[in-house]
Design a binder for this molecule. Structure first.
Ligand code: NAD
Ligand code: UD1
Length: 331
């Protein structure tokens, strides 16, 4: 298939480009590089020894998007492009609503104009809000605590309404749990701008000595050791999940959790990281982070049943690959 990957220079997008190329698909990337570098495109080509086509464009730019659709016979779209920093979305909600919603609608419009009927969307477990774990796709969604989360819930709604109105438009909504790790080559991985918000990149930067110590946000949650529990999933598994979703897409709207189904606490992750890499991660207990929930993990059985997909990498390989990338990474 000829696959348009928006946000393909980013963390999850680049790993998915590798998986798509390795599965024999042709890849066209559209990315404005607002949170990535063009080098990741070169690295994808280096890893796979295959070429892809790259457009530096903004997905909110209708003309630029139209040009891509007129230049290529696109069979399907995987839409990663979006802003994703939760705190920033609270400070600048308009940027988030505009970028994430307009970008999605411009792409859908182009799909309709050019008769492209396969669309895979990056959603997030954040749409479940503070539901009972494990999160199941059939649950009623609860409000998220921030504009970023709302853009995901709204995009899901927009895509669902459009697919309901146009039954040949096939949509796969993928709700990611907590993507971590990197390609085992150490060439592509997660390189957040500034001080990381998320746990794994924070841990790797503490291990590297870039940051002094980890602050563990709360140890009084009703969890195994009081610290927050999440479902960490290796980005390579997530990438494979996209290929499976695209290749198995049938008419209608399909929602899938992409997680391992296993919860890990902050302290369990720190211990696993220390053990996997034989390195110390100093930490202190701090206050809870506003907006955090105690536990979040997937019921991942639907993706297994319908897509034949399951996460294969364990926590140790997530920790090892995340560290391998951090060690190699130069700003
Ligand atoms: P990322 O920031 O590394 O990648 C997003 C890419 O999109 C970047 O390369 C950025 O330059 C590009 N982009 C953003 N706005 C754009 C626009 N208007 N036009 C063109 N390109 C644009 O993030 P990621 O972690 O790879 O996340 C990919 C997607 O998955 C996002 O939609 C994100 O919200 C979603 N998601 C991520 C996580 C996570 O923890 N990483 C969890 C759930 C969902
Ligand atoms: C974050 C996002 C969420 C997004 C998800 C997946 C926030 C508030 N939420 O959630 O919208 O869908 O990533 O990308 O950013 N932790 C620490 N110290 C740190 C960092 C994190 O103790 O320095 C803890 C957190 O309290 C949490 C766990 O580690 O218990 C994981 O945190 P994080 O990686 O930020 O992911 P989420 O909280 O799941």
């Amino acid at each position: 298939m000829n696959v348009l990957v928006t946000g393909g220079a980013g963390y999850i997008g680049a790993h998915t480009c590798v998986a798509l190329l390795e599965a024999g698909h042709t890849v066209i990337v559209a990315d404005n590089l607002c949170n990535s570098k063009v080098e990741s495109i070169n690295k994808v080509q280096q890893i796979t020894n295959k070429d892809l086509t790259f457009y530096e464009i903004d997905t909110t730019d209708e003309k630029a998007v139209d040009t891509i659709f007129s230049n290529h016979e696109i069979d399907g779209v995987i839409h990663f492009a979006g802003l994703k920093a939760v705190g920033e979305s609270v400070e600048n909600p308009l940027a988030y609503y505009y970028n994430n919603l307009v970008g999605t609608m411009v792409l859908i419009k182009a799909c309709q104009k050019y008769g492209v009927n396969r669309f895979v969307f990056s959603s997030s477990a954040t749409v479940y809000g503070d539901n009972r774990v494990p999160f199941v796709e059939t649950m009623d969604l609860l409000p998220t605590t921030n504009p970023y989360g709302e853009t995901k819930a709204m995009s899901e709604r927009i895509l669902t309404d459009i697919a309901n109105a146009n039954p040949v438009f096939s949509v796969s909504i993928l709700r990611y749990f907590n993507p971590v790790g990197a390609h085992e080559s150490g060439l592509i991985g997660e390189a957040p701008n500034g001080i990381p918000n998320n746990l794994m990149p924070y841990v790797t930067q503490v291990a590297k000595g870039k940051l002094e110590k980890l602050r563990v946000f709360g140890n009084d949650y009703p969890t195994v050791d009081g610290t927050g529990v999440r479902d960490y999933i290796h980005v390579l598994d997530l990438a494979e999940g996209h290929v499976a979703a695209l290749e198995n897409l049938t008419e209608g709207v399909h929602v899938y959790n992409l997680g391992t189904g296993k919860g890990t606490s902050v302290l369990e992750l720190v211990k696993a990281f220390e053990g996997a890499n034989d390195i110390e991660v100093p930490y202190e207990i701090a206050n809870r982070r506003p907006g955090d929930i105690a536990s979040c993990y997937a019921d991942a059985s639907k993706a297994k049943r319908e897509l034949g997909w399951t996460a294969k990498h364990d926590l140790i390989s997530m920790c090892r690959d995340a560290w391998q990338f951090e060690k190699n990474y130069k700003e």
